[in-house]
Design a protein around this ligand. Structure first.
Ligand SMILES: Nc1ncnc2c1ncn2[C@@H]1O[C@H](COP(=O)(O)OP(=O)(O)OP(=O)(O)O)[C@@H](O)[C@H]1O
Ligand SMILES: [Mg+2]
Length: 412
């Protein structure tokens, strides 16, 4: 825009100055050769003089001679005199007059004694200045448009770059999540293989130990030493308890390594709750309850696998309430899911552990394997569902199993 302004102002100034010099030159020539003609008022001579000067330059529009009494003595155009008004007697020197589209040079003519004989008027056209202004105005509009177009292109580029950066950031986050999942699933697969072989190897000797304890207990039955030392019976109970714990751990490890194949059918949620409860030994200081909502009575699932999930969640809740409490299970609809909530008012979970709950082998318990929740998650996800956890330390925890209602979305 500044450039366009310069392109208007500079050429206009140059053209006007050139016109002025041309006009002065022409009027000086006229003044020089017209003295005698003006003195005797030879109109023919004066007219010829005017026409010959006009011919020399296309910028000269017209020219005229005025007499002492301001009368027009000769003019190149019938329209002359122009609207410019002056008095010959009062002219002191060359005058340059400008109107909207022309420039007039008025030059007094005097005799040797300095007396006024008349005046010449040369009128020049301003049209070249107008052309420059017109062209430059077009240029100004174009350059303004160009400027805004340039700004638009730059903004567009910057916005696109910003979008690209945020897309890249998203893609990077996604990639990072995928990588984490890959590492996790590789870890799970490795644990699965190891678990399967270790569990297989340990199950046989464990069975042998159990048989041996049974044999010892049976052999000692009625023996005086068994009756006199109650510690022997206690020790045998302890060994059997530990065998039970070890067997459970081995079974969990084997479950974890087994591929999840589902046999789905509609199963009453309450039935799952009751049968899971029956397989757990619930201390007397823990109250249990089940509350279904209308329409949330049946889960379409693999009953055996889902019972395993219920057992894991209920066992965790019971273990979290060593001082007693309440385990409340309820079923409800939350489109597009049927949700089963397991709420306890036990110890709660430390906030820093919330992210690790479903990681294999994460456990805060002395005898925990840390496989209950990962196995449950795997089973629920195979059903096309999700499992969520919420907890307030010291107040209790809530685990929710969400299974899709739409059978199309269920997998497995
Ligand atoms: N209801 C709950 N209240 C408090 N903490 C819980 C609850 N459920 C799970 N946790 C925490 O999550 C951890 C992981 O649970 P998970 O069931 O996977 O393993 P575990 O119970 O320790 O061992 P196991 O393999 O025998 O189930 C637990 O050790 C415990 O710290
Ligand atoms: Mg557990």
């Amino acid at each position: 825009m500044i450039l366009s302004w310069v392109t208007i102002r500079e050429p206009s100034r140059l053209i006007l100055s050139e016109l002025k010099h041309k006009g002065i030159l022409a009027s000086n020539n006229l003044a020089q050769y017209s003295r005698a003609g003006l003195l005797v008022k030879d109109r023919e001579f004066l007219k010829d003089l005017l026409v010959s000067v006009k011919r020399t330059d296309p910028d000269i529009l017209s020219a005229a001679f005025y007499g002492r009494d301001d009368e027009v003595l000769a003019a190149t155009d019938p329209d002359h005199p122009s609207p410019l008004r002056f008095s010959v007697a009062s002219l002191k020197g060359i005058q340059v007059k400008r109107s909207s589209d022309m420039m007039a040079i008025v030059n007094p003519v005097r005799d040797e004694l300095g007396r006024a004989l008349g005046a010449t008027v040369v009128v020049l056209s301003d049209r070249r200045v107008e052309e420059v202004v017109r062209k430059s105005a077009g240029l100004m509009v174009l350059s303004t448009l160009g400027f805004f177009f340039g700004v638009f292109i730059i903004l567009n580029f910057l916005i696109k770059e910003a979008l690209k950066a945020s897309e890249l950031e998203l893609a990077y986050d996604h990639l990072q999540r995928l990588q984490e999942q890959l590492v996790k699933s590789e870890r799970m697969a490795a644990i699965g293989q190891l678990a399967a072989s270790v569990a297989h190897e340990i199950r046989t000797p464990l069975g042998g130990i159990q048989n041996a304890v049974y044999y010892v207990r049976d052999s000692l039955k009625g023996a005086p030493v068994f009756a006199s030392d109650p510690g022997i019976g206690d020790m045998l109970d302890l060994v059997e308890d530990e065998i039970r714990v070890s067997t459970r751990i081995i079974n969990e490890l084997l479950d974890f390594s087994k591929p999840v194949i589902l046999k789905k059918r509609p199963v009453p949620v309450e039935g799952l709750f009751r049968s899971s409860l029956a397989s757990l030994s619930v201390p007397g200081n823990i109250k249990t309850s089940f509350k279904p909502s209308p329409g949330a009575e049946d889960l379409v699932c693999d009953a055996e696998r889902m019972r395993q999930v219920f057992q894991n969640l209920m066992l965790n809740a019971i273990q979290a309430m060593p001082e007693g409490g309440e385990l409340a299970v309820s079923a409800r609809l939350e489109q597009p899911y049927l949700c089963v909530d397991f709420k306890d008012n036990g110890t709660g979970i430390a906030p820093e552990n919330m992210d690790k709950l479903f990681e294999p082998l994460f456990s805060t318990k002395a005898k925990g394997t840390g496989l209950g929740l990962p196995i449950s998650k795997e089973i629920v996800e195979k059903h096309g569902g999700v499992i969520e956890a919420a907890s307030v330390r010291g107040k209790g925890s809530a685990f929710t199993v969400k299974l899709p209602l739409d059978p199309e979305k269920r997998s497995g």
